[in-house]
Design a protein around this ligand. Sequence first.
Ligand code: HEM
Length: 322
Amino acid sequence: MQIVRGIGIAVLSLSVWGGAPASGEEAKPEQLIDALNGVFGAHAKMRAAHTKGICVKGNFAPTPEAASLSKAPQFAAPVPLIGRFSLGGGNPAASDSQKDNVRGIAMHFQLPDGSNSDLLLISAPIFPVKTPEDFVSLLTAVASKDKDKIGAYFKAHPESTKQGAWLKARETPASYATADYFGVHTFYLTNAQGTRQAVKWKAEPVGGFVGLSDKDAEAKGADFYAKELDEQFAKGPVQFNLFAVLGQPGDQDDDPTAEWPADRKSVKVGTISISGLEPAATCDAGIFDPNALADGIEPSPNDKILPMRSQDYAVSFGRRSE
Ligand code: HEM
């Protein structure tokens, strides 16, 4: 999710916010969701983050090379998928033309045994914070609207400026279909022989990234992605190549604010084909869970953000189901 904008949009008073974790304490999932609500507002029946989105369906077809990396069933044979494109942040009226916001794609790969293996990607290779506690501090500073507090946060956490800078250095994606997407965290794949490999996920549109200049993006207004996607579906499925970027010994596996060196090799593991719309209720019936993974894919045990995300999303789901 993305926080850079939304400052000043539906900001709640801190009196409804659960408060920061005491120094040295771990942030609780409720504190994360309260802190998100503190910046973006709490919107009944809606996600606390990635609030604006479109539910879609399609399938994933693996390459022959995929099974050499992971024994997960989706890398052995094609599977159907349910997905959701979204804009980062918790503003249900976020603008599709906003440059310094991430686009997201979340997917349930629907496995033959009835379970899902999920994959959540955003349109930047990095996240603004290393720990849930930093995220609460950042959101709290932003919600305060106090320039000194916000400045003090970023001074103490220069890594939190990197995602916004990365997004601002590129054009705004012209469509959900023409953005490239990243898994951000490190995952470990295990193949049938028991070989383990660190990877980061990357999905590239088959036709390559297509962006809009700032002027053209502004002219498009706030709500052009849904129409754009419809037009794409009328021509055929929207397709992305999914790559596993291969980590090397010594590459960090604990820091979602940092990229690996640019020369890391990647293996194409399959094609994501999104063929059409799906009723929103299908996507809203549960969570896309970054830790719901088939045997053969594991989250990095060293990342502080990744394991917490399932609990954060469960709190958001519980509140939007009320
Ligand atoms: C502590 C860090 C994070 C927090 C607190 C957080 C919070 C949330 C919340 C509350 C939701 C909505 C859950 C729901 O109601 O179903 C969400 C959705 C999402 N998040 Fe995160 N997130 C975090 C990190 C990340 C990272 C690192 C990524 C990078 C891949 C990411 C990608 C997404 C995507 C793609 C969705 C949309 C899922 C959907 O469409 O239902 N998030 N996040």
